[in-house]
Every structure is written in C-alpha cells, then in structure tokens.
Design a protein around this ligand. Structure first.
Ligand SMILES: [Zn+2]
Ligand SMILES: [Zn+2]
Length: 194
C-alpha cells in the first residue's frame, strides 16, 4: 500500500483549492487501482497529521533561503515522515504540495529545473504550482509513483523515443483533456509504476 499525502502550503489556500487537489488525486487513485496498473494506493490530507504538517510547514518555509534547495527540503521532509512512520505508520508515503506560482517552493523547484514551469518532483516530494491544473497534479503525482518524463529535458518539445502513446500525461505540458481517458500514460510508465 502506498499513500500520497497532499498539502496546500499557502495560508491563503481556500476550501476550493483543497477540494480540487483532494478530488483530483482521488480520481487518479481510482484509475490506478483499476487495470492495467492495479496499484494499492490511498490519498490522505497532511493536515490530518497535525504535528507532521507543522514540521513540514517549517521546512517549506526555509526555502526562502537561497542555499536551502528543493533536494535538501525533500530529504528533510522524507526524514520527518520516516520518524512519524516509526511511531505508528507502516506504509510507504509520499507528499504532493500544492502552492501558487509565486511561492518559494516554485522558486526553489525552478532553481533546480528551469524547464519545470508547472510543477516538479523528486522521488518523495512533488510540488504543483500551477493552480487549477489537473494534468499537472496527475503528472507530478505519477512521478512520485515512479513514472518518468516522456520528453527530452533540454528540448521539451521533443518526445522520447520510448513513449508509445501520443497523449501521454508524462509529456511536457499535457493539456487537461488528456486526463479524461484512462490509461493516459504509455506502456513504459505503466511498467514503472506497477
Ligand atoms: Zn515531469
Ligand atoms: Zn509516455
């Protein structure tokens, strides 16, 4: 069983934002539980783990500092999750943070990957900083589950040769309509996440 926690970082995040992220991730989980992936997955709100959420907020706040990178932030939060896991959780967990384009998370992610205009992800932490963008939420959450980009990083307009699906959500800037027809990822990525 894998758990994706979601977290709206900005204090200004509205109920609508929370509903959108929760609804979108649950929709994705529903797809992933079905053929051809059949993943055991659940979606949870980080704020329901109040103590852990406070720690995560403190760590995300440190991204104000230029030297505090996205990778350090990811490692720190992963460590806090692993500690929390020792006291009661027995499953693998990942975190997706939703925030605005002008947040410090977006700035740190773009220092690491300048082409990452909507969101970014490591193996444990993903950030989506393009509001109301369901395909960006799908794309970054799938990275957390092991999916790989299907575009060439230096030339984002170019698709990798090993992607066999025209409307693959792991492409660069996938339009929202691609989210409608499951499965919206290529065979390579189906293999990587299952
Ligand atoms: Zn990507
Ligand atoms: Zn693909």
């Amino acid at each position: 069983m894998i758990t994706i926690y979601w977290h709206c970082f900005e204090p200004t995040a509205s109920d609508e934002d929370e509903k959108l992220v929760n609804g979108t991730l649950n929709k994705l989980a529903q797809h992933l539980k079905a053929e051809p992936v059949k993943l055991s997955i659940r979606i949870k709100r980080l704020r329901d783990e109040a103590k852990l959420a406070r720690k995560v907020d403190e760590t995300l706040d440190r991204l104000n500092e230029q030297s505090y990178t996205f990778n350090i932030c990811e490692a720190t939060i992963a460590y806090d999750f692993s500690i929390a896991k020792l006291i009661g959780e027995t499953y693998a967990a990942k975190l997706l943070v939703y925030c605005s384009q002008d947040s410090k998370i977006a700035a740190a992610a773009q220092r690491k990957a300048p082409h990452a205009i909507w969101g970014a992800a490591g193996t444990f932490l993903a950030a989506v900083y393009s509001l109301n963008n369901k395909s960006a939420i799908f794309h970054e959450a799938l990275h957390l589950l092991g999916a790989d980009d299907c575009y060439i990083e230096d030339k984002p307009s170019q698709k990798k040769a090993d992607c066999n699906f025209e409307h693959c959500i792991m492409d660069y800037k996938p339009p929202e309509k691609w989210c409608e027809n499951w499965p919206f990822i290529c065979d390579k990525n189906i293999d990587l996440i299952r």
